[in-house]
Design a binder for this molecule. Sequence first.
Ligand code: HEC
Length: 183
Amino acid sequence: MKTIISAAIASLALAAGPTVAQDGDMAFGTEEDIAYAELLWDLMEAERLAGPDMIRAFPYEGLEPHGLMLETFYAEGTINDHTGDLVVKRNFGPEGVSVDEVLSDPDGHLGAYTVMFRREAGYDPDNLDWFWARYNPDGSIAENPMGVALAGRVAKGMEDGCIACHAGAADDMVFTSDHLIAN
Ligand code: HEC
């Protein structure tokens, strides 16, 4: 497994999308999205990118909204015979937390995992086929204030959310590295 810890120098660009999601076209949080996000969690645990046996890295100061101390891992993973790019970000807090505090008690400071996994071609061609998910530290899938699971094409067609914000990151929708652009 390739693991590159990359320090981020990212500019935060907010891309405005269409204001309304298309009716009857749930872009994320469906049963299928949740089931896929559970497979993705299993993969991350197996690769030791998440869960009790996870590999630790040296946390670095990141940018909002992911928390101010981060670890980012670049890997590849296979789900249902499809192999794709996998980017896992661990978000630590609270605001003002130091590297030493995170290192001495990483589990106590872990706020969330935010994850991008490149699915099969055609999954979401508008957005480079990325599947987006946010997990709580215990592996459950996080929800937005409306109770919709943050898994799938989050939040396609809306002004805020994973896709709208990451649309401002180079040509691969990834802020911390450009190495995936050629893919
Ligand atoms: C308001 C903007 C914004 C939103 C919304 C956002 N992100 Fe990010 N994301 C960023 C920035 C900026 C970085 C780089 C931060 C750093 O590492 O310092 C980043 C980094 C990441 C990374 C590491 C790869 C990369 O792009 O560098 C992942 C994975 C990720 N975000 C997933 C998500 C997911 C999943 C969601 C939705 C649940 C989400 N993000 C919502 C701005 C955003």
